[in-house]
Structure formats: structure tokens, C-alpha cells
Design a protein around this ligand. Sequence first.
Ligand code: ADQ
Length: 738
Amino acid sequence: MRLSLRFIAPLLVLLAAFAWALTPFVDRQILGWFVRDLDIRARFVANTVQEPVRELVEAGDVTRVRQYFARLTSDERLFAVGYCRPGGGAPITSPLWPSDLGCDRLPALDDPGGRNLASPHGALHVSVAPVTLSDGTTGTLVLVHDMSFIDRRSAETRKYIFYLFTLLGIVVSLITVAIAQLSWRGWVNGLRALMRGEGLLRPANKDTPELTPVARDLRELIRNIETAHRSRAEEHVAWTPESLHEMLEGPLRGQQVIVVSNRQPYIHEREHGAVVVRRPASGLVTALEPIMRACSGVWIAHGNGSADRSVVDRRDRVSVPPESPSYQIRRIWMTPEEEAGYYYGFANEGLWPLCHIAHVRPTFRTTDWEAYVKINQRFADAVVEEATSSDPIVLVQDFHLALAPRMIRNALPAATIITFWHIPWPNPEAFAICPWRTELLDGLLGSTVMGFHTQFHCNNFFDTVDRLLEARVDREMFTVSFQSSLTTVKRYPISIEWPTPAALISAPIAACRATVRERHDLPAEHAIGVGVDRLDYTKGIEERFRAVERLLELRPEWIGRFSFIQLAAPTRTRIEQYQDYEARVRALARRINDRFAGATHPPIILAIAHHPPSAVYEYYRAAELCFVSSLHDGMNLVAKEFVAARDDERSVLVLSRFTGAARELPEALIVNPYDADQCALALHLALTMPDSEQRDRMQLMRALIREFSVYRWAGRMLVDATDLRRRERVPERQGFLA
Ligand code: ADQ
């Protein structure tokens, strides 16, 4: 309506002004026509009455002349008639003769047009005609016409002009509004198509050529926005929670985002009768929570807390974060048997060792597989229930949910499913051990995008698909085409929060050094190495201890002057292999300490516990070195946390080459954890490294983590989701054009 008014108002104003300007012209024109009519009429009347008037005048009977004139004025237009004698004097007139019209005020006889005269009776028109007498002299016959009818006609004409223009205004307005609405709709549809990206690939819409210049500008604008977002992702510009928020407010405005992971971002536990909320220390939660907060999404996860069931609503949902609820956790429940089969069995005894190749045999049981299928379906069903549109963006996390992408795809074909595999992907020979290898690959290829930490893992995935499935692998375009759907396989290296939360690095380095040494009864100058891991056989904790032992063998000067503190969080303790591993690690630490029992301080300090993040960071800040010796690790966040913790730009990272992190942090001392001599040498090198070299290495590693934070990891996935969603709409249009 407002749009229509914008058209109609100026149009009406213009028409009114035009009518107003036109009226005097029309008046003048009408007056001219009527005056000309009156002159013709006057000549006609004069010609008709000339003869009788001449006879009556020559007869000298003034009374009869007057009577004759009075008869003539019975014609309604003829107001008065008079005769001026050749010699002048008062005219002989009909009764209504205008008093101020004397014979001396008449128009000239040779003037073909008459003269207009204002009188108390209204406007009058005076015209004259000669009356030639028998003595050769010429009198003047004066005909005075009433012009008031012209005023009446003029007023009527003005009225008709008004009606005409009003009608014209209404008709033109209606036509204009109808055309404007139609064109506007066409424009809006055209622009919408452009925004969806259809016009970006098709240079111009042939149905709406008028959109071509707009299309050009819009294409440029969209390209600029895309470039800005891409450059953030690709050109080392820092991503922040705010820029993630911008993405969701901009290109992804109004799109629903659903995260699916086994681990939940908040756990409700019952402690001493009261419910407490815990936030597990997890890079995943740190990265995905800003997205969830910004789009009020849903996070679907296993409810494993002791009070989880008591706080959810009828639909198993709870609002989080507790301090300012902005998104929902939808909890999935499972029986202890289901959890044993799906989580401990198939995921952690089967897939975990299968993918890590850390010399622990994977165990595959049919009952575990059945539980895995069932629980994946439960997660997928929850996604479908939570979806408020047919095309949500679904972020599926990790190896616990390999089948869910296909199950979600079957129910929501238009969904954008981004699956991230947090652990390594092995070579095809190793993967082929799994009895359900094709089912797993099929499940994962339900994804729109499949993400790994490194290109090496992407390549292994390509090789596996190539070897085990009838699929088309395009290594140039990084895609797999399987059962008429396309999966893009990309590298998204995960990282940590930057800047590091102030609470974690608030205590000064010197204070951390002093506190840690005091806690373990070590002297002020005692050198410390630190290791922080879940107590998992893939983390190479035994290899690490052997390297420390070898250091003391090769460089005995460190005996009693160096201790390695290992923080080890118990994990998957129900699984036998993990119980064995813990026993082996404890025994090894004991043996090495016994071997160097003569030293004033033990070489290995083993603290098996889950430490709060602030305590972990205190150790990072207190140590001379951090040793990450994973036998195989998707990324390894400990390496990045350690570097981020060292804002003093000192200390050294010794890093296994079998971690994803080693590809991003070449300034660390990169080692093969299986080579104890090499690792021992690296430890010695770290302990004796000059400050300037420590600073140079730290600065480079810190710069990388600053730019490639966990927000970039999430942001790049969202950028790709945006691009793919736009492209996915194109085939429908191409079909339409064909
Ligand atoms: P994880 O195998 O768990 O992760 P990692 O990336 O090192 O390995 O993350 C461990 C996290 O747990 C770190 O944040 C660390 O601080 C914390 N942590 C370890 N020991 C702890 C302890 N004793 N007390 C308290 N906190 C402790 C999987 C893959 C990795 C990948 C991540 C993220 O195996 O390769 O980097 O996912 O994708």
C-alpha cells in the first residue's frame, strides 16, 4: 500500500497542477470562440435589420424605432439595440441600454470584431454595423449582446474539466499501481533468485532484462561479501565468536542449525541431593557454542548425567547455558546395555583402534554393531523431530555417529549435513578389517561435507571409498559421487579458543612455577616437563616415559634436576584394554622412579586424575617443556593449549610427528615417539635451548594459533555450508531452463 501511495500521490499532484494551469487557457479559448460567434451573429442580425431600421430612421419616427428595437431584444442573447445618428448625439435605444454606453464610445465601424463591456448586468459584447441612409450619410446600428451565458458555459466547462481529470487520475492511478505491483513482484522475485545465487551462475535473467544492471551490481556485492568471508577463512584473518555471529545474522539468517554429538555441552549431576551443572572441558563445545547461542539452535546429545532426566521437559529438552539460556540440548537416552554396545563396544573397542592403528586390535561384535545402528537411528530420528524446516544445517560430530548422516539424509533430503571426523582415517587395508566397512562408508556419504583435520586423512578416505565402494572419486574437486549424491571431502583443522580465557592464564608465570614446584616438593631451579592426556593407549604415554628414562641414561646430568609430570585423566575405564594400559603406565613410572631412586627427586610424577582446566594451564605455565608423544592423533589440542598458555614466549614443545598438530606447528621439536633416542635428544635440546630460540619458535606457533582458532574451524564449515546451499539450488533451475 505504501508502495502504491508512492506512485499515486505524485501522479495526483501532477494532474491537479496540470488541470489548474489549463483552466485559464480553456477559459480564454472558450471566450474567444463565443465572441467570434457573437460577432458573426451580430453581422447576420445587422444585415437582416438594416433595411427596416433605415426606413424607420428616415421616417423620423423615433418611437417606432424604439418599439422595433424592443421587439428585437426579445431574443434572449440580444441585450440591447441602439442607433447613433450620423451627426452624433444621444442614441435611439431599446429599453435596457447600458447607461454609460454613448455613441462616442463605440468601436470603429471598420473594426470587424466588437468590444466587450462590463456592466452592472454582467459582461456585454458591443458590435456595430453601418446603416447607409438615402442622403448618403451613414448612421451606426449598435447591437449589444448579453455575455453572461459565456460565464455560465465557462463554469460548466471548468466543472467538466475537473471531472475529466479526476476520472483520468483514477484510471491512470489504477493502471500505474497494477503495473507497479506486477513489476515489483517480478523485481523482487528476480532479486530473490539472485540472492539465492541462481543469477550468479546464469549471467542475466532473460525474462527480466531490466534486472541486468541490478544483477551485475548485486553479483559484485555478493562476491565481495563472499570474498570477505572466504578471506577470513582462507587468508589468516582472525575469526571470533562475533564473526561467527555475523555469519548467522548475514548469509545464514533464519537458518536452523542442529548439532549432533555423543558428548553433551552441559551435564546435570546430582551431588549431595542437589543438582549441579558441569561444562566438560572440550574444544568442540567451545567452538560450537557461539553458533548455538547465535542461532538458538538445538544440540542433540547423549544424556549421561545422573540428574539429566530430572531437568528436561516433556520433549527431553533443557535450555542452556544455565546463566543465560539461549539454545536447547535435546537429550537422547540409552539403556546401560545399549551404551555398552554402541559407545564402549563398537565405537571405542572397534572404530577407535581401527582408525588409530596404535597396535591395539579392534574388536568387532555383532551385538555392538546392532546397538550402534539402533542408537545412530535414535539420534537421526531426533534430528528429524527437531527440524523446523526441510533443509536445516546439521553438524554431525565424530565416529560415534557414522551412520547418522545417511539416516538423516533419507528423512530430510534437502538438509545440509556436515560431518566432522575428529580422529584419523586409516589407509584402505586397515579400514577394510571392519566387517561393516561398506555400511559405515555409505552412512558417512549421506553427508554434504565430510571433514577431517588433515589432507592426509582426506586422502585416506578417498582411497578407502575408491577401493571399497562403487563410487566416483574426484581428487581435483575433492568430491565423492555415490548413489547420485555428492559429498565434498575437506580439511578443517580444529583448534582452541583465542585469546585464551583470562581465567586460565591470570596467574603470572613465576607464580605458576613456584606453586607447582612447591606442590611436588621440588626446588625452585628444578626443570619440569609436562604431559597432559586422557589415559589412552594412543597418546604414547609409555613411549614418553621411556624417552625420559633414555634422557637420564644419555645425559645423566639431568638426574635429580629434571622431573616429568604427567597429568592423566582416566578414560573409558570399563574397557579392559584401558585398564591394562593404566596398569602398565603406573608400573613403568614406578620402575623408572625405582631405577633412579638415588636421585633427590623422582624423574616421573604421575597424577592420574581429571584436573580442572585452570590447574592444567598452571602446569603448562610452570613447565620448561611440554611433551606430546601420541602414536596417532587426529589433531591433539594439548599441543595448542600449551603454546597458547605461554604468553611469556618461553618453553619448548616436543611434538609427535603422528599428530595432526605437527603439520601446523613445524616450529615444535618434531619427533618420532617410537624412537626413544631421538626423543631423549629432543628433550635435552629443549632443556638447553637458548631463550632467543625459544621465543622465535613460540612466536611463530602463537601467531598461527591466534589466526587459526577454533572459531575459524567452525566458521569455515559454515562458509562452506552457505556456498553449498546456494549451489544446491542451481540444478532445479537448470532443469527448468533445459
Ligand atoms: P582427545 O583424544 O580427547 O580428542 P585432545 O585433542 O588432546 O585429545 O584433547 C584432550 C583435551 O582434554 C584437552 O583439552 C586437554 O586439556 C584435556 N585433558 C587431557 N587430560 C586432562 C586431564 N588429566 N585433566 C583435565 N583435562 C585434560 C579428540 C581427538 C583429537 C582431537 C580432538 C578434537 O583424539 O585428535 O584433537 O578430538 O578434535
